[in-house]
Design a protein around this ligand. Structure first.
Ligand code: FSX
Ligand code: SF4
Ligand code: F3S
Length: 358
């Protein structure tokens, strides 16, 4: 595509209908929490503005963040980056290799000073001069510093980039650090999650393209539209939490009925992320809906903070205001009595039927 081609022109050329294009704009506007009156501005921007150059660095990570992005169910979510926004440099996917790849990165930086977005996946590493992660003959930390210099903004994509995640877990042998510990003079947008939700990065870039500025951030530097609520606040199992109905082990009767996963380690009450709202794979599911507790993957240092399957000692803003262990046991006790009573009634009826037949 040409560098002046707009997203809409590109989409039409690729056979995407105007209707689908407008649906995408509406989806982005809604996810960004914009007033409906602002939606036409997104349409206008994507129809008229030329592409936004993006350089995507893969530092110390597992590449699952990119996978999450590539596998996003809505085709336009990743196409926005890979086609219209035009990813000029991405170590995982670029066709170029070696010196040629580095030349592309340098050319993008030279052609768009102060105008490109830098997306960084993975942590920087400081241990032993940064030798644990080198790319193109330099340490990844040097590469990051050099590439960030001319960026308009930096998106730290994934928990490795925002808080060093698993590499930063004790004893952190490579001295992994978040991107904001290395890049200090640029706007940084943190998009945590291990992996993060693809729509957040697309929404952030759409916002930048439309309004010429980064979206509103939380006090932790995360896009507010996606990180202002706890997973617990919108959880599909929330009614069971409020009713005091808890799964005690993964194969018990409560698990089969979809009860709350708090007692088997769910960190939803202390985790700020949009999983319960956007869900994954085009709204198919998210960890809790699939039967696994939230492990708090978007919270800082979650590997070190709490054992994954041990429940939180205390729930902030606990709606039921009681000791959850006792409430759960109480409800289970009542449920168990119910089962016994039901079994008893069934036995009596069967006995009567038997007597009647005799
Ligand atoms: Fe980290 Fe991304 Fe966790 Fe992996 O690459 S946020 S280890 S899911 O994927 O950086
Ligand atoms: Fe959902 Fe977890 Fe909250 Fe239970 S504790 S309602 S499973 S987020
Ligand atoms: Fe992570 Fe919890 Fe969402 S584990 S993917 S923040 S439900």
């Amino acid at each position: 595509m040409s560098k002046t081609e707009s997203y809409y022109q590109w989409a039409r050329r690729k056979g995407i209908s105007r209707r689908d294009f407008l649906k995408f704009c509406t989806l982005m506007g809604a996810m960004l929490g914009l007033d409906a009156a602002e939606f036409p501005k997104i349409v206008q921007a994507l129809q008229s503005k030329p592409r936004l150059p993006v350089i995507y660095l893969n530092l110390q990570e597992c590449t699952c963040c990119a996978e999450s992005f590539l596998r996003s169910a809505h085709p336009l979510v990743s196409d926005l980056i890979f086609n219209m926004i035009s990813l000029d440099y991405m170590e995982v996917l670029q066709a170029a290799a070696g010196h040629q790849a580095e030349a592309v990165r340098l050319k993008t930086m030279k052609d768009h000073p102060g105008a490109y977005i830098l997306v960084v996946e993975g942590s920087a590493t400081l241990g032993d001069g940064g030798v644990y992660c080198t790319i193109g003959g330099v340490t990844s930390t040097e590469l990051l510093k050099e590439t960030a210099k001319g960026a308009a903004a930096v998106i730290a994509y994934g928990s490795c980039a925002t808080n060093a995640c698993i590499q930063g877990a004790y004893p952190n042998p490579t001295q992994a650090v978040p991107i904001r510990s290395v890049v200090k003079d640029k706007p940084i947008i943190d998009v945590p999650g291990c992996p993060p939700i693809a729509e957040v990065i697309t929404g952030t870039i759409v916002h930048y393209l439309t309004f010429g500025k980064i979206p509103e951030l939380t006090n932790q530097g995360r896009p507010k539209a996606f990180y202002q609520h706890r997973v617990h606040d919108n959880c599909v199992r929330r009614a069971f939490f409020d009713a005091g109905q808890f799964v005690e082990s993964f194969d018990d009767a409560g698990a089969k009925q979809g009860w709350c996963l708090y007692k088997v380690g769910c960190k939803g009450p202390t985790t700020y992320n949009a999983c319960a709202i956007t869900e994954w794979n085009d709204g198919v599911s998210y960890p809790i809906k699939s039967g696994h507790p939230c492990i708090g993957c978007s919270e800082n240092n979650f590997f070190d903070n709490t054992p994954l399957y041990t429940h939180l000692a205390k729930i902030p803003n606990n709606a039921i205001g009681k000791d959850v262990d006792k409430v759960g046991m109480g409800v289970l006790g009542v449920a168990a009595l119910g089962v016994v009573a039901h079994a008893g009634m069934t036995a009596m009826v069967k006995h009567q039927e038997y007597q009647h037949k005799k």
